[in-house]
Design a protein around this ligand. Structure first.
Ligand code: F0G
Length: 457
């Protein structure tokens, strides 16, 4: 493929700074070897998340100046609503300040204790919002989606037979809604095919179950469909995205991803009765229906970002930049989830650090080593995030995989920054045997990864 340069030029710069090695060592020690506790100013290349970290365009910044901060009926709400309607074809729009509030509204309204919600893979906040309402979140991704080595082009697909059997066994009464995450963040940022989305819609509707997309990365998913799905290559991403939403009854969205904004989200849906119920709840927990927890200027930034994200030159660069990082690391023999995801590469810490047992947190150790070696911040998705203790036996229960996600913010880092990241990872890979494990010395009772503390072994 021909080299694809950044489809933007730089108008404003934000200095970044690599503290010297000794400072990095001290910062890690003070942070209890948990990169969530590092001051961001001491991070050189921050790949903690692609959420809320996008660089806005000149057009979005100009839109901020047109923010109408009226309590009710601000003009920015109408450009927001019209844009979401135009892209999704969904008539009823509820703005929220981020994705998890959309999830909270939907599940607190629909779920009664004992109910179940299937998905390919639920993202953590989606799962948590189902569980706090007494429901059960059920993951039904295809078997290839659980295999880090599989090269399936749509590893985010849901297992349709398993879904059909699940809905037949559970019934409409027990399943208030079915979700599908596009792209599948918890499964490595892998896409879902249009064929799979449509088939899921048909199965859900046959069982009388509403079907919602978790649409955070809908544009990246649509780009993968254009690239990989037979018969879709000649179509525009905008048309493909419209078809994705056409198969669904609604969606939840964090505009902090494919909204190219620093804050924002929404629910869009077809059912007026549900819309009325959600809107009443919105007024209780977020704000009036024409701002939903956002300033008018933020609504404008999202409205403009949603249009920009469908620019195919942007998407070609965006997904290509992640792919190029992955390919370079793959060529150097670095173990990762295959193939590249849309927004991140996922290092496989068990194979990267074969000398470390799961009890000493290999993915956390690799995350720490990345910061120490190069001032790079990734995020552990392994035993710290998902490890638990069996309440009966007191034994530790470990997740299947130990991953470090390097999530690439949108329009923030250049290819040169990512070349530096690749060099640091390759260096660590060569010296992997010198990386030491960790001992956890503090953990909170829930979501322990955010505040856990460690010491070096
Ligand atoms: N759904 C998915 C698939 C997500 O990736 C996220 C957030 C959310 C929902 C929640 O949205 O943060 O706006 O409340 N993912 C971020 C991440 C945090 O780092 O992957 P939110």
């Amino acid at each position: 493929m021909q080299h694809v340069p950044e489809p933007w030029r730089v108008k404003v710069v934000e200095p970044i700074h690599l503290p010297d090695r000794d400072t990095r060592r001290r910062r890690l020690e003070a942070a209890g070897y948990n990169v969530f506790a590092l001051p961001a100013a001491d991070v050189y290349i921050d790949l903690l998340t692609d959420s809320g970290t996008s660089a806005m365009s000149d057009n979005q910044w100009a839109g901020l100046m047109l923010g109408d901060e009226s309590y009710a009926g601000a003009r920015n709400f109408f450009s927001f609503r019209d844009t979401v309607q135009e892209i999704t074809g969904l008539p009823f729009i509820i703005p929220t300040h981020q994705g998890r509030v959309a999830e909270n509204l939907l599940f607190s309204t629909l779920i009664k204790p004992g109910m179940k919600v299937p998905s390919n893979n639920h993202f953590d906040t989606t799962r948590a919002n189902i569980e706090v309402n007494g429901g059960e979140a059920v993951d039904l991704v295809i078997p290839e989606g659980r295999d880090p080595e599989s090269e399936h082009p749509f590893k985010g697909n849901i297992d349709l037979d398993a879904l059909d059997a699940f809905l037949a066994a559970s019934g409409r009464q027990q399943v208030p809604v079915a979700m599908l995450t596009v792209t599948n963040n918890s499964g490595g940022g892998q896409p879902v095919s249009l064929e799979n989305i449509r088939a899921m819609g048909e199965i859900c509707h046959r069982h009388g179950v509403p079907f919602f997309l978790d649409a955070c990365r809908f544009a990246e998913n649509a780009w993968f469909i254009k690239q990989r799905e037979p018969g879709q290559g000649h179509r525009s991403v905008r048309d493909i995205a419209a078809d994705m939403f056409a198969a669904a009854d609604g969606c939840t969205m964090s505009a902090k991803k494919d909204g190219l904004a620093n804050i924002g989200g929404f629910i869009a849906l077809r059912d007026q009765g549900l819309f009325d119920a959600l809107r009443n709840m919105l007024i209780v927990i977020e704000g009036f229906p024409t701002y939903g927890g956002l300033a008018g200027r933020d609504l404008e930034a999202v409205a403009r970002g949603l249009k920009e994200v469908l620019d195919e030159r942007y998407l070609e660069f965006r997904v290509g930049q992640v792919q190029a990082l992955w390919e370079r690391l793959d060529a150097a023999g670095v173990p990762m989830i295959r193939p590249a995801g849309g927004h991140a590469v996922y290092l496989d810490a068990r194979r990267f650090l074969p000398h470390l047992d799961q009890e000493v947190f290999p993915a956390q150790a690799l995350t720490v080593a990345l910061y120490l070696e190069g001032g790079i911040r990734g995020v552990e998705i392994g035993g710290v995030m998902f490890g638990t203790t069996d309440p009966e036996t007191g034994q530790a229960v470990w997740p299947q995989m130990e991953l470090v996600r390097l999530a690439i913010p949108r329009r923030v880092y250049t290819n040169s920054h990512l070349r530096y990241v690749a060099e640091v990872v390759e260096q660590l890979h060569r010296d992997a045997s010198s990386i030491r494990g960790l001992n956890m010395v503090y953990q909170a009772p829930v979501l322990r990864h955010f505040t856990a503390r460690f010491e070096l072994l």
